[in-house]
Design a protein around this ligand. Sequence first.
Ligand SMILES: [Zn+2]
Length: 446
Amino acid sequence: MADAVVPCAGSVAVFRPGAVEVSGDSVTRVGTVAELRGDGGGSGARANDAGTEAREVRVEGALLPGFVNTHCHSPMTLFRGTGENLPLQRWLQEVLWPREAHLEPEDVYWGMTMGIAELLAFGVTTSCEMYFHEDATADAVVAAGSRAVITPVVLQLPGDESGGDWWTAGLDRFSDFHAHRNGEAGRIEVGFAAHAAYTVPLAGLIDVAAVARRHDALFHLHLAETATEDDTFVAEHGGSVPRVLAESGVFEGRVLAAHSIWLTPEDIAVYAARDVAVAHCPQSNAKLASGIAPVIDLLASGVRVGLGTDGPASNNDLDLWEEMRLAAMLARLRERDAGALPAAQALDLATRGAGAALGRPDLGTLAPGSKADMMAVSLDDPAFVPLLDDAMLIEHLVWSASSRLVTDVWVGGDQVVAAKQHHTIDLDRAQDEVGRRAARLVAAAD
Ligand SMILES: [Zn+2]
């Protein structure tokens, strides 16, 4: 069953032998090889006629859209393996934030570069990043030829004594960043982030969301990650964080709420009514014992959900294949239902659903007009034996395959990984830089 194309365009269709026609940075046609070579066949008409010569992409294994990681702090590769076995609040306050307070832009550049190397090797072509030093993050994305939604974050780190509306200085800088770099190289989208309702006052959340709305940009925050994080908020504002944020207008624009574990049915109804999307991070949630998100209820309510890895210090890798399988397993445990979150739906959360959660229907699918972000997966492996029909191909992709079978990766039609080798990243140098810089950051915080 070589030459399969799995378009992940909202159905379980598989084209085989299939091919994708690419023009410029976009997909123009998807279908069987016979359809594409006939006249006007395929799954749709040409999306554009930009005058660029169309080329056909075929692979020996399966061709899938690149995965979309909806919630990530990739430069935290610098902190992988630190603060293990602590619950979220102690890990943040005792280990992470004191170290992040010493970050320099070059640290973030190399941490991000090594993170992108991992993401691309796993077939993850887009990541939604919440971090500091946004210019260094964007520089790394452009240099690596990857794709990212970069949402610089307002958060007070140790040593920052600014009082009053302390978040406004950051917001001014982020607006400037948006003006200069949104859309850069066709690879960068700029959004705005506030860390969480337990770290940023309600007035700050309102301000950040308003600025994001003004730019029609994504507003990204952590929400309902732990069972007790909103105790103070509820005491102060008289309602759950989702309810109060909705009443305060924070949910009026494009909103992405990471984690979203501890939601009442009323909170889920608020998400659905305000079209708040969820970045579901099952592995981080499990490792930090935060809880199991109500993914089935969210999906049943029509909430847009995509998978995220969270940062590599709470996961500890950026492998969305693992999230896909764990999401299905945890949904089944939570629902006590062996049929909850079937393989096709789990795959959807890593692809089309994740693009939709970011408000980017051009990501996570292979369809006319979508970005030509793709990965080739080898089917010559025990994970794909037996392979009796198309439905089984989807089951194997989720339940027995893994990122180790990703061989080639393209972003915007440009090949960035070939035969498992990076074309755009000096991985040896990135590993060396991150190792040295991590040691300095640990020493600086002690
Ligand atoms: Zn996070």
